[in-house]
Design a protein around this ligand. Sequence first.
Ligand code: ADP
Ligand code: MG
Length: 396
Amino acid sequence: MKTIESLGDLQGKRVLVRSDFNVPLKDGVITDDGRIRAALPTLKKLLDGGAKVIIMAHLGRPKGQVMPEFTLAPAAKRLEELIGAKVTLAADVTGPDAQAKAEALGDGEILILENVRFDPRETSKDDAERGELAAEMAKLADCFVSDGFGVVHRKQTSVYDIAKLLPSAAGLLVVKEIESLRKATDNPERPYTVVLGGSKVSDKLGVIANLLGKADTLLIGGGMAFTFLAALGHGVGKSLLEEDQIETVKGYLEKAKQNGVDLVLPVDVVVAPEFKADSPATVVAADAIPEDQMGLDIGPKSGALFAEKIAESKTVVWNGPMGVFEFDAFAGGTKAVAKALQDGQAFSVVGGGDSAAAVRLLGFDESKFSHISTGGGASLELLEGKVLPGIEVLED
Ligand code: ADP
Ligand code: MG
């Protein structure tokens, strides 16, 4: 992968940077600024090198239309507070305002183009449409730095096509993400344990299939655990269940056995009658979930079992919370896994947007983890062993 150094002297040059500012908002206020913070090292490096920085980013899914609720204004404001440099926001993506503001930009200043997904060509499946937008973007700058790890698995204009038009390089975040995820997946120090959770098993089928040939231990929690329990013939009450995946999951259980992978399911579950923060919670055995209850977290015995497996590992990759951690009563399993990772000696990588948010929201010290990925889909695709278009295009 080409790095920023390959772009040469940046003094006075306009550098277009793809960042990931897709932060969660509540009533216009950013509730987790982790992604903006993760973008800072590259932006600072470019500013220190004397560059004029033009950022491209998206927020939400405006589907190619200008939707004021998806403006990057909150991100621009937060970035200015964090970076201590002048930050302006263009009113359009590559239109007259963006052109004028890019032209007027001073050394050491930052311009953010408005939400790239306001332009339908950004995510178009048509190469020519994306190419046309890429040409407009390229006119704004001298070179391109790809640092939005959360979108490198997308063949989109601001990620892929632009890199073909300008001298391009990977930013510090993308380099760190790729190095960490490759270290944890290509040649992991063993025992190698993968902890999988989150809501649906169907989101992570490719990952499970790939890991069954690689990991020594697979710990399964979260909503997906119930499809596994059902595949073993247990009743799961009102828990999240994907019936159409039961056969596939049976295949995984079989393959785990064949490959000698220690596939560990919860032995107990925290259940409640309703999906609600204050729904009365009780702990039951994983093979005795009452019909009128739903499993919303792994139980304390499972948490201790998972923690034990993690403590014995040299490499751990974690994707997906163990329960509905957003509600206090169902955050115990996720806390147990996070604590085991924090206290253990393993090289530890957390992937998945919600898992990373959980680590921060539950008050864990991020520096105790080897790497917390900023990209959900991108880290999943790396775990699946896929080639990512936004990375491939940056290879030497
Ligand atoms: P990530 O973003 O880390 O990959 P996912 O998006 O797959 O994770 O899943 C995160 C969501 O899964 C969380 O919002 C959490 O509430 C939900 N979840 C976890 N366990 C359960 C469960 N037992 N039932 C329903 N939802 C669950
Ligand atoms: Mg998620």
